[in-house]
Design a protein around this ligand. Sequence first.
Ligand code: MLT
Length: 202
Amino acid sequence: MKHIFQKGTDITAPVLVLFHGTGGTERDLLPLAQAISPTSSVLSVKGNVLENGMPRFFRRLAEGIFDEEDLIFRTKELYDFLDQAAVEHGFDRNNLVAIGYSNGANIAGSLLFHYPDALRGAILHHPMVPRRGIQLPDLSGIPIFIGAGQNDPICSPQETEELQKLLSEAGSTVAVHWEQAGHQLTRSEVEAAGTWFKTNLV
Ligand code: MLT
């Protein structure tokens, strides 16, 4: 998969794996990595799917309606890519923390829904429930931050609460940060994610 790898100054710090939103690129979230853990190595990935020219991490049938078969296929493709990238770039495969926004948060959520060892933790900005009706792996010891907007028209507060419940029931410790905002990513949400990261992952 197309990606950027930047080696950090502290190779023991979690490696931040970045997943952009629909229409974004692997450059979009680099400033977030700098804000959250400036000494970390960074692997920033570009989605392999195009929707009317806009990069994404999996196909959707309509706004908010995912192509489940493609979601499962792309989640496995990404999981395998993380294994390969760890060998290629020489980072610790077991020390990855995802930062995803919107469609990127949804693919990070899907990694958590399908694999017990894909990630050591995750910061999900405005995620949805990636799949329903499946048994989640054991996620105990995997802390997750969810940033959500009270007025988000794409990820409703009810869906955020449903996601929090599913991840908590799988054993994860989930922190939800609410903004009086919509789907956009605000500076105060990023600051809250940074504070959470320092408490839970360093
Ligand atoms: C998705 O398709 O993953 C969600 O609707 C978020 C987005 O608009 O990308």
